[in-house]
Design a protein around this ligand. Structure first.
Ligand code: ARG
Length: 457
C-alpha cells in the first residue's frame, strides 16, 4: 500500500501503535463474506471476468478454511484483517486478487464487517435471552403456589407470588430482546459502495450486494455511511442494559440467599467456598455478574467519548470501537450462558418465603382499603391504620390479633368481617387488575408466555 507514495517504511513503533489485526481478526468471516459479494458485484459491472471472480471466491474460501483451522499466519505488518486477507489472496491467485479492492475502501469495508458482526451477535444474544426467559418460566410453573413478601426499599411491603417476581424477570429480558430487535433495524444497512467517503467512479450495484449479504437496506449517503457508528453505540448500550438487569437480578438472589432471608439456595456447582472460613458458601457467580456491569458501562462510555467531536466521515479514531464492542459481547454472552445454566438449579424455599409473607403488617394497606369500602376517605383510612400499626408495635401485638373491640375504639366502622382482611390468599386473589399478582393473572401470564416462548432448552 505504501510502495507508490512513500519512500520510507512505517516506523516500527508507528506500526505497532496502529496495527489492529490483533483485535479485528475476529471479523475475518464477515470480511471474507463481504469480499465475495463485492467480487460478484465487480463481475456484474464488467470490471473483472467471470473467471477472475471464481478465482477470487475460491481463493477467499481457502483463506477462510486456513483461518478456521488455525493455520493462517496473521502479520501485524499488514496492519489489519482486511489487508491480511487481501494479501493472502494475492499471494495465492495473483492479479485477479489485486483487482478485488476496486471501488472499495477499508473505510466502507470495516463498516460492512462491523455491521455483519453486530447483526450476527444481535441474533445470538436474542436467542440467549429467550433461553434465559424459559428458565424463569419453568420456575414460575414449578413454584406457582409460593407466596412471598414483595419489598420496597428492601422493607417488607405487600404479599406477592414468587411466580409474579419470576414473570417480572421475563418482562425485563423481553424489553432487552425488543431493544436488540430495534437496534437491528439501524444495523441492517449496507455501507459497502460508499468507498473512502465519496463512492467511486466505478459503479457497482449496491442493491445486488445487499441482496447477496442479506441486508434489508442500502445506505443513502456515502459520507454518513463511513462515519456512522450509531449501531455500535446502540448495541453496546443494549448490552449494558442487559448487564444492568442481570446485576439487579443477581442482587436479589444474593440477598435472598443469605441466612437472614433464606428464600433461595444456589446449587453447589455454582457456589464457591472460602479459603479461610470452612462453613462459607458464597454466591460468587452472581457477584461477578454484578461486578462486570462496570466494564459494560465503561465500554459504552469509551465509544461515545471516542465519537464525540470527531470530524464527519472516516477518522482513524474509529478503530478504537472494536475492543470495547468485543469486550461487551464477550461479557454478556458469558453471563447469559452462565445464568441459563445456574438459574434452573436454584432452589426456592417455599416455607421461608411463606413465613415471611404471613407477617400481618403486609396487609395494613388491605386494612385501610377495608375502611375505604366502608365509605372512609383513603387519606383518613391510611391515618387510622397507621395509628393501629403504631399501637400494635407498642404492645407487641400482631395486626391480625387485635380484638374487634380495640379496633372499634379507633374506628366504629370496623366490623366482624374485618377478620377476612387477614387472609393472604384472599388478599392476593383480590389483586386482579391487569398486571397485578392475583393467582388468576399469574396463571394467565404463564400460559401466555408459554405460547410466546415456545418449548426448547
Ligand atoms: N482498521 C480501521 C478501523 O478499524 C479500518 C481501516 C481504515 N483505515 C484507514 N487508515 N483508513 O477503523
Amino acid at each position: 500500500m505504501r510502495k507508490g507514495r512513500f519512500r520510507k517504511p512505517l516506523a516500527k513503533s508507528a506500526a505497532n501503535y496502529s496495527e489492529s489485526v490483533s483485535v479485528d481478526r475476529r471479523l475475518f468471516r464477515h470480511d471474507i463474506a463481504g469480499s465475495i459479494a463485492h467480487a460478484a458485484a465487480l463481475a456484474k459491472a464488467g470490471i473483472i471476468s467471470a473467471v477472475e471472480q471464481k478465482k477470487i471466491e475460491s481463493g477467499l474460501r481457502e483463506v477462510d478454511r486456513e483461518i478456521r483451522a488455525g493455520e493462517f499466519c496473521w502479520d501485524k505488518a499488514l496492519e489489519d484483517v482486511h489487508m491480511n486477507i487481501e494479501n493472502a489472496l494475492i499471494q495465492r491467485i495473483g492479479d485477479a486478487g489485486a483487482k478485488l479492492h476496486t471501488a472499495r475502501s477499508r473505510n466502507d469495508q470495516i463498516s460492512l464487517d462491523l455491521r455483519l458482526y453486530v447483526k450476527a451477535e444481535i441474533k445470538r444474544s436474542s436467542l440467549q435471552l429467550r433461553k434465559l426467559q424459559r428458565t424463569f418460566l419453568k420456575h414460575a410453573q414449578k413454584y406457582i403456589d409460593a407466596v412471598m413478601p414483595g419489598y420496597t426499599h428492601l422493607q417488607r411491603a405487600q404479599p406477592v407470588l414468587l411466580a409474579h417476581y419470576l414473570l417480572g424477570q421475563i418482562e425485563v429480558f423481553a424489553r432487552d430482546a425488543e431493544r436488540l430487535a430495534d437496534c437491528l433495524k439501524r444495523t441492517d444497512v449496507l455501507p459497502l459502495g460508499s468507498g473512502a467517503l465519496a463512492g467511486s467512479t466505478i459503479v457497482v450495484d449496491r442493491e445486488f450486494i445487499a441482496g447477496q449479504l442479506g441486508f434489508a437496506r442500502v445506505s443513502q449517503n456515502s459520507l454518513d455511511a463511513v462515519s456512522d457508528r450509531d449501531f455500535v453505540c446502540e448495541f453496546v448500550f443494549s448490552l449494558a442494559m442487559i448487564g444492568m438487569h442481570l446485576s439487579r437480578l443477581s442482587e436479589d438472589l444474593i440477598v435472598w440467599s443469605t441466612r437472614e432471608f433464606g428464600f433461595v439456595e444456589f446449587s453447589e456447582e455454582f457456589s464457591t467456598g472460602s479459603s479461610l472460613m470452612p462453613q462459607k458458601k458464597n454466591p460468587d457467580m452472581a457477584e461477578l455478574a454484578r461486578g462486570k456491569t462496570g466494564r459494560l458501562y465503561g465500554n459504552l462510555m469509551s465509544i461515545l467519548t471516542m465519537l464525540k467531536a470527531l470530524p464527519s466521515s472516516y477518522n482513524r479514531d474509529l478503530q478504537e470501537d472494536k475492543e470495547a464492542l468485543f469486550d461487551s459481547v464477550d461479557t454478556i454472552s458469558a453471563a447469559l450462558d452462565l445464568f441459563s445454566k445456574m438459574l434452573p438449579q436454584l432452589k426456592f424455599n417455599r416455607d421461608r418465603m411463606k413465613a415471611a409473607a404471613m407477617d400481618s403488617n403486609l396487609l395494613a394497606t388491605d386494612l385501610a382499603e377495608y375502611l375505604v369500602r366502608k365509605g372512609m376517605p383513603f387519606r383518613e383510612a391510611h391515618q387510622t391504620v397507621g395509628k393501629i400499626v403504631a399501637g400494635a408495635l407498642k404492645t407487641k401485638t400482631k395486626l391480625n390479633a387485635i380484638t374487634l373491640r380495640d379496633l372499634k375504639k379507633i374506628s366504629p366502622q370496623f366490623d366482624l368481617d374485618v377478620a377476612k382482611v387477614f387472609d393472604i390468599r384472599r388478599s392476593l386473589a383480590a389483586r386482579d387488575a391487569t398486571g397485578a399478582p392475583s393467582p388468576k393473572n399469574v396463571t394467565a401470564q404463564i400460559k401466555s408466555w408459554r405460547a410466546r416462548l415456545g418449548r426448547g432448552g
